[in-house]
Write a protein that binds this ligand. Structure first.
Ligand SMILES: C[S@@+](CC[C@H](N)C(=O)[O-])C[C@H]1O[C@@H](n2cnc3c(N)ncnc32)[C@H](O)[C@@H]1O
Length: 262
């Protein structure tokens, strides 16, 4: 065996040993040659972790009702909806109304109402939207360049009215937030999904004092790169409220209203 062969063998042994040690000490590191096939990979999230909620019939039914509204087009966002349904289930036990700011075709609401049998809860579900897209006067310069050209919303008022027509607990409120916001009494659940800083911060500030102890606020856009300005604004607000936002790998952000007794 000449020196060159010996040297190459030694190098390859060293590389293999280093890789093994790295995997042992830092199991979260995925070595290039070991890249696995992810059983869940959609909507910007890939994970090897347990996702058995996907085969839960109650979840599947609620998800498909939400999807049928057309709110998510051809996109699938099952883990995001899983989180949303978990939050709604939690909020069903808190006192107050459900409020959604940013409804589009009502996908989130339709899934939630089915999953938690909302009609049996003796609560009201408020759906706030222009039902005709953005109020362009609310964009800052950066949003005008990024958000405005990335999203297009048609008039969905009649479709949403039709979708929820049989549900006596659902109220549609049409108009631009913040001008359209109204006092709904105490709030148990607040979903904010308007892809724009001004109305989102205004809605959060308006309803925060009315949120019951333990009530949950779901920020749909919080961790999405394109919505970074929303994240910065909510981080600032959370500091003022002395709470922390839970940043999820789905892109959502969660805030729970403090003060719930054990
Ligand atoms: C991403 S969509 C909401 C999707 C919805 N959460 C769902 O269930 O699929 C964003 C919505 O925010 C609404 N929106 C944007 N700016 C608004 C404002 N200032 N006031 C009210 N609604 C607004 C748009 O009309 C659009 O329907």
């Amino acid at each position: 065996m000449n020196f060159c062969v010996l040297f190459r063998k030694a190098l390859s042994w060293l590389a293999r040993s280093t890789a093994k040690l790295a995997a042992k000490w830092h199991p979260h590191l995925v070595l290039k040659s070991d890249v696995p096939t992810f059983p869940f990979c959609e909507d910007g999230l890939a994970t090897l972790h347990n996702s058995e909620f996907l085969v839960n019939e109650r979840f599947q039914r609620a998800y498909s009702l939400g999807k049928q509204t057309g709110s998510w087009h051809n996109h699938d966002l099952r883990w995001r909806i899983h989180v949303l349904l978990w939050c709604a289930t939690w909020a069903a036990q808190c006192s107050g109304a459900f409020v959604e700011c940013g409804v589009y075709r009502g996908g989130f609401a339709r899934a939630i109402i089915d999953y938690i049998n909302f009609e049996s809860l003796n609560k009201t579900y408020y759906l706030f939207d222009t039902f005709a897209g953005f109020d362009h006067s609310q964009f800052n310069e950066s949003e005008r360049r990024t958000i405005a050209s990335n999203y297009h919303y048609e008039d969905t008022f009649n479709a949403v009215r039709q979708e929820f027509s049989s549900m006596t607990s659902v109220r549609l409120v049409r108009g631009s937030i913040p001008e359209s916001l109204v006092d709904v009494g105490s709030v148990a659940f607040l979903s904010i999904d308007m892809n724009c800083v001004v109305p989102e911060i205004a809605a959060a500030k308006f309803y925060w004092p009315h949120m019951s102890p333990g009530a949950v606020m779901v920020l749909d856009d919080y961790g999405f790169t394109i919505h970074h300005q929303q994240k910065l604004a909510f981080d600032q607000l959370a500091k003022e409220w002395n709470v922390e936002i839970l940043s999820l790998p789905t892109g959502q952000g969660l805030i729970f209203k403090p003060g719930m007794s054990a």
